[in-house]
Design a protein around this ligand. Structure first.
Ligand code: ASN
Ligand code: ZN
Length: 329
């Protein structure tokens, strides 16, 4: 961990022991003013984080709409964890939520940075993607990475990495359903609708129910997600270097557990966060899987927890969901 950065964060933010506000909202939105990447290295650029403070907790809206969007959406995410799971983002101690907007120039991404800075960053996008700060599911996805790191650090590589990605999609999705009080049956299961640039052929960044169908564009490419275990094997054959990209194609292979989650949620019915979401949360919060767990091990844990929380019939439905995407011994 970068000591200088830690020092900067410490002086610009209250500590977790700060008076009675520790479990309340503590949002800080900073502006990185589109500073271009230093020496082409993101770790160099991270040293400039968090940037200039533009809006703090309790401040009225500011002229920059992106700052206000992050301010509002991150509160929704925090309230979701607090009210649904009794968990105080991000470390369960009410640490402040640091977010930096206008990160780099043409940066088509958003991220929980992690080790080098304990905060979220949001780019303005580029030729294919934009508008991240307006997307509650994307903000929910990034903030879920922070929670996962604290409660059940799934190693960001291979199958556990794809599960880490999946968990962020599932909880990012659930925040949007919870915010709209939508039932599982009413969900469209789309992540990042509204983040595709106008003109890009597609409906979203990812489709949890039908992986691989979110976009197909001559310039941006085709959604690479396989939808079943068998298709993952086919993907590996077709993309012989699949393991050297994206930590072992974590953003591609997350589609399979995503679909299993959707099928489980749909067969359990009701509100997702009270059924499949509660099961998944309990697996993670209870550290029922190791940080290097496989799809099969994760599936087994969700079946066990479903049995404990919801009974034998529910456990069978969760098992069927994993079977349907081909995740079985
Ligand atoms: N937006 C990406 C994600 O959260 C950033 C990354 O690849 N870590 O998955
Ligand atoms: Zn992610």
């Amino acid at each position: 961990i970068n000591q200088k950065l830690q020092g900067d964060l410490a002086t610009s933010s209250p500590t977790v022991n700060d008076a009675a506000t520790s479990s309340k909202l503590q949002r800080r939105i900073f502006d990185m003013k589109n500073i271009v990447q230093i020496n082409g290295r993101s770790d160099e650029t991270y040293k400039l984080l968090p940037g200039t403070l533009v809006r703090s907790e309790g401040d009225p809206p500011v002229p920059d709409e992106h700052a206000n969007q992050v301010y509002d959406n991150s509160a929704m995410v925090l309230e979701f964890y607090q009210q649904v799971f009794g968990y105080n983002f991000l470390d369960d101690l009410g640490a402040p939520i640091i977010s930096s907007i206008h990160y780099e120039n043409g940066y088509q991404n958003a991220q929980w940075v992690g080790d080098l800075a304990r905060q979220m960053i949001y780019g303005d996008g580029g030729s294919n993607l934009y508008n991240f700060t307006a997307c509650l599911d994307i903000i929910g996805h990034e903030m879920a990475h922070a929670v996962t790191e604290y409660i059940c650090p799934l190693e960001y590589e291979g199958e556990s990495g794809a599960l880490n990605e999946h968990v962020s999609d599932a909880f990012g999705m659930m925040v949007t359903l919870w915010a709209d009080k939508k039932t599982t049956a009413e969900s469209d299961w789309l992540i990042g609708e509204g983040s595709l640039m106008p003109g890009v052929k597609g409906i979203a960044l990812r489709n949890m129910k039908f992986p691989g169908t979110a976009y197909d564009d001559p310039k941006f490419g085709k959604d690479p997600q396989p939808a079943s275990w068998a298709e993952i094997e086919a993907y590996k054959t077709k993309h012989v270097r699949w393991n050297v990209y994206d930590h072992g194609s974590v953003h591609a292979f997350s589609g399979v557990p995503n679909r299993a989650f959707v099928l489980a949620a749909e067969s359990l019915g009701g509100y997702c966060w009270e059924t499949a979401g509660k099961v998944w949360w309990t697996v993670l919060k209870g550290k029922r899987v190791s940080s290097t767990c496989t799809f099969v091990e994760f599936a087994d844990a969700t079946v066990d927890v479903a049995r404990e929380l919801l009974g034998e019939q529910a456990a069978g439905l969760v098992r069927n969901a994993w079977d349907e995407v081909g995740v079985k011994k």
